[in-house]
Design a protein around this ligand. Structure first.
Ligand code: HCA
Ligand code: CU
Length: 377
């Protein structure tokens, strides 16, 4: 069952490098790769060595760390790129070629038959050079490609019997979960090969699509930290973790979840971007409860309004107090934390004071503490 045994292909060092403000030095890449490895992702995908001299040197640098995660690089479907990548001793190659009418026309100009012939030539070459390298073949822009074209390409490549994995790419973020499910399910059924899903977030479905892919039998999901990538990026690592944790916590217990905040903070810092307020797990208010009714229930049992336990990620919940929606249970909790066991009428009185004052301006914790202390002076 893939949800029990899926792998993350962490592409912050490839797709993530394509994010508008990402400029990673070699040291940055080492930091990112080391932390991701500690977190426990199974594979790290790195920019093609053909991109620049340092891209090649950085692949060597990451390989030399001897991490547990396998190091993959991403290449176009041609022999020269494959040769450059193999020279470095990477563990895996991710080949990609566009199959949508848009990419066929404006990117490489090859027909579907030519794509299949080229794939055969490149895959045979790689297998002669490196019989054991992990090999993936993907059709870029899968979801705007004609289904008959896709099936011709995927089945031809699968029949070659030389690749380990097929990739399904929502390159422009257009796919819906149902479409992803149908495509992945079809490939699993027809080929029996491992299937990877890579999904962009242009229309907000990247996490749902990754989850649908897994439900349909995909074995590998591409992520980046905070979801950085081309345009507004792909499935975020933290978002995927949140999604799977809420299905069943056991799906993600193989990862060192407490490192997730550190990963998000690292990329936020390196890319000079703030973490969105509504981010999964690490957003500033992800574990803040405000309205009196919520706060009361959470104080009684956090499961009432929390599907994720912040402690699993090394974080803590917060109960907002100094606002007009506050309730006396919250005020009582604060009083108790100050060692004050006040009668209910007093607590209700202080609550009314807080509400009236907060109608004018939110109160700080110190101001609330002062109101509580006044009751015992
Ligand atoms: C790209 C496009 C790509 C490839 C994904 C993959 C996409 O930048 O080369 O090969 O896994 O979104 O299709 O990122
Ligand atoms: Cu992409």
């Amino acid at each position: 069952m893939p949800l029990d045994s899926f792998s993350i292909i962490e592409s912050t060092l490839r797709e993530g490098e394509q994010f508008s403000t990402a400029v990673f030095s070699t040291e940055d890449k080492i930091k990112i790769a080391t932390l991701l490895d500690e977190f426990g992702v199974e594979m790290l995908e790195m920019t093609t060595p053909c991109a620049s001299p340092r891209s090649a040197a950085d692949i060597r640098a990451i390989l030399s760390l001897g991490l547990r995660a396998k190091v993959l690089t991403h290449i176009r479907c041609n022999k020269d790129d494959a040769a450059r990548a193999l020279e470095l001793g990477v563990h895996g190659l991710d080949i990609v070629i566009g199959t949508s009418p848009q990419l066929i026309k404006h990117s490489h100009g090859k027909s579907i038959s030519q794509i299949i012939d080229l794939a055969y030539e490149v895959i045979c070459y790689i297998r002669e050079q490196a019989p054991n390298v992990i090999l993936r073949f993907s059709t870029e822009d899968t979801f705007r490609s004609r289904e008959s074209d896709l099936l011709r390409v995927y089945l031809a490549v699968a029949d070659m019997g030389m690749v380990n994995r097929l990739g399904v790419e929502d390159t422009v973020g257009v796919a819906t979960p149902n479409q992803v499910y149908a495509m992945v399910h079809q490939l699993v059924r027809l080929t029996g090969l491992d299937v990877e899903f890579h999904g962009h977030n242009d229309s907000g479905c990247a996490i749902a699509n990754a989850c649908a892919a897994l439900e349909a039998g995909a074995t590998h999901i591409d992520t980046t930290i905070l979801g950085i990538g081309e345009r507004n990026g792909i499935t975020p690592l933290g978002g995927l973790i949140a999604r799977l944790y809420t299905l069943d916590r056991r799906y993600v217990e193989k990862y060192n979840l407490k490192l997730l905040p550190q990963l998000d903070y690292l990329i936020s810092d390196l890319c000079q971007i703030s973490i969105p307020f509504n981010n999964y797990i690490t957003g500033v208010s992800a574990f803040t409860h405000k309205a009196g009714i919520h706060a009361k229930a959470v104080l009684a049992n956090p499961e009432t309004y929390e599907i994720l336990d912040p402690a699993d990620f090394g974080l803590s919940r917060e109960i907002a107090i100094g606002h007009h929606l506050t309730g006396w249970n919250t005020i009582r909790e604060r009083a108790l934390s100050l060692g004050l066991d006040l009668p209910v009428e007093t607590l209700r009185y202080v609550t009314q004071q807080v509400k009236a004052l907060a109608d004018i301006h939110p109160l700080s914790l110190e101001q609330i503490d002062e109101l509580l202390m006044e009751q015992v002076r």
